[in-house]
Design a protein around this ligand. Structure first.
Ligand SMILES: Cc1cc2nc3c(=O)[nH]c(=O)nc-3n(C[C@H](O)[C@H](O)[C@H](O)COP(=O)(O)OP(=O)(O)OC[C@H]3O[C@@H](n4cnc5c(N)ncnc54)[C@H](O)[C@@H]3O)c2cc1C
Length: 428
């Protein structure tokens, strides 16, 4: 039996803990905040639990679905058909079917046809690997043409990666498009009780297997010993045979010293942050789960209405809408005050959706996540970190290894399995 310390009680850390504990190893999870769940945390609105950041499953999330089954949560997983809208110059278009595309008057007719053909070509391309060295901006311009790129893709890429969009590999875009759109009716899933409930259920199962979950205990320092590692957390120093870090690399660098620091990969990896404003509404906003908003004088990049998937009864009949800004964390779009973010979200949504009035908005809240996703540089497959940090007893299971998959709970479950598999020689 091995004794493994795990830093971070989000989905990655909890899944690693569960897999190791199920094989009879002693695990200790160190979680800085009061609750497990990481970015899947919730907040309370008048006795209702609401996710701080919108979270749903896709029907392609097979690793997470399998884990939910193992946790006995399958019967709580609900699926609902969803759709996407596109707002251009304050006009909202449906954007789900070939007919929607042909009617999408924001583009000249020939460009609509070209967009359809290019999208079809992308979904038929089975291997995106060669796209790892090609900038997404060049690839999209070539496939869709300058007009479509300028009007659709550039704002979407800018929304996700800001000034660094020219560096993102086409492989990431290809993978995201083929993951989300396969031509069939889009559905999304949600576990009744929310994402923190999923995390707490995994944590309970870890504890039943003898694992130790310590919340409110941030790891202050991590050091390599002659054999094994030492973790200093909550004023106590403990030795572990090995440690798994699930932290973003920037945070991990902050708790390790030389010579371990020099052994860590991905020294220059930058991350995107995300500002979310959550609006609690008395009525439905639109027919769509997600609306991309372009060229409409909106301070945010899009609108997500989760109560197309989350049953409104679970939030006492309310409708929950998120507006978001992804980007660098030193930009005004991320740094604006909570008050300003909520004010802009409320007033601008009322302008863009005239059926919504201030009286329909019960409350709004702003939340920030500084490390949502790395800004993937070109050729990332060549530098993607292996699960084991060479010459140490440290293993990684972090979103920095997600590429080309999108950062999501399903991906973290997959990464946890990959990390535990990489530990096999050490575990046996
Ligand atoms: C706006 C938004 C929308 C999203 N939508 C979806 C979605 O629809 N579906 C989906 O599947 N995913 C979604 N995601 C992505 C998903 O939340 C992440 O990919 C996932 O949570 C990553 O899990 P993780 O365990 O790697 O990291 P995290 O969830 O970030 O967990 C890391 C944990 O480490 C803890 N920690 C940090 N420092 C220390 C320390 N020194 N010591 C101990 N603990 C520490 C943190 O408190 C945290 O709990 C979304 C994310 C955001 C921000």
């Amino acid at each position: 039996m091995r004794n493994v310390g795990i830093i971070g009680g989000g989905i990655a850390g909890l899944t690693c803990a569960y897999k190791l504990a199920a094989e009879g190893h002693a695990v200790t999870v160190y979680e800085a905040s009061k609750y497990v769940g990481g970015l899947g945390v919730d907040f309370d609105h008048k006795g209702n639990s609401i996710d701080k950041f919108y979270h749903v499953l896709l029907d392609s999330d097979r690793y997470l679905v399998n884990l939910l089954q193992e946790m006995g949560l399958a019967s709580k997983l609900l699926w609902a058909p969803t759709g996407m809208g596109f707002m251009v110059k304050e006009k909202l278009y449906p954007f789900n079917t070939p007919v929607d595309l042909l009617r999408f008057k924001a583009l000249p007719f020939l460009d609509r046809v070209r967009t359809g053909l290019a999208a079809l070509y992308i979904t038929k391309q089975k291997n995106g690997f060669p796209l790892d060295d090609i900038p997404a901006t060049d690839w999209l311009k070539r496939l869709f043409g300058q007009t479509v790129y300028q009007n659709i893709w550039d704002p979407l890429l800018a929304a996700k990666f800001g000034e660094r969009r020219g560096e993102i590999p086409a492989y990431w875009v290809w993978n995201t498009l083929t993951r989300e759109k396969d031509g069939t009716q889009e559905v999304k899933g949600y576990v009744v009780g929310g994402y923190r409930y999923i995390a707490e259920t995994i944590a309970t199962n870890v504890q039943k297997l003898g694992g130790n979950i310590q919340c409110g205990v941030p790891v202050d320092t991590l050091d390599q010993l002659e054999v094994g590692m030492s973790v200093c957390a909550g004023g106590t120093v403990r030795r572990h045979d090995a440690v798994i870090s699930t932290l973003p690399m920037t945070l991990l660098r902050g708790i390790v010293n030389s010579p371990l620091l020099e052994k860590l990969p991905l020294a220059n990896l930058k991350y995107q942050g995300c500002l979310n404003v959550v609006l609690v509404l008395k009525k439905r906003l639109s027919p769509y789960y997600w609306i991309a908003v372009v060229d409409s004088g909106f301070s945010f990049q899009g609108v997500v209405e989760t109560t197309h998937v989350v049953p409104p009864e679970s939030v006492s009949g309310r409708h929950i809408v998120y507006v978001m800004n992804y980007g660098a964390t030193d930009l005004p779009a991320y740094l604006m005050s909570d008050q300003e973010a909520c004010f802009r979200a409320e007033t601008e949504l009322c302008r863009l959706f005239p059926q919504l009035t201030a009286a329909d908005i019960e409350a709004s809240y702003a939340f920030r996540a500084p490390f949502v996703e790395p800004v993937w540089p070109l050729g990332y497959l060549r530098v993607r970190a292996a699960p084991k940090v060479t010459g140490t007893d440290l293993y990684l299971c972090t979103t920095a290894q997600a590429y080309p998959m999108v950062t999501a709970w399903n991906t973290s479950v997959y990464l946890a399995m990959e990390t535990v598999n990489a530990m096999r020689p050490f575990l046996s």
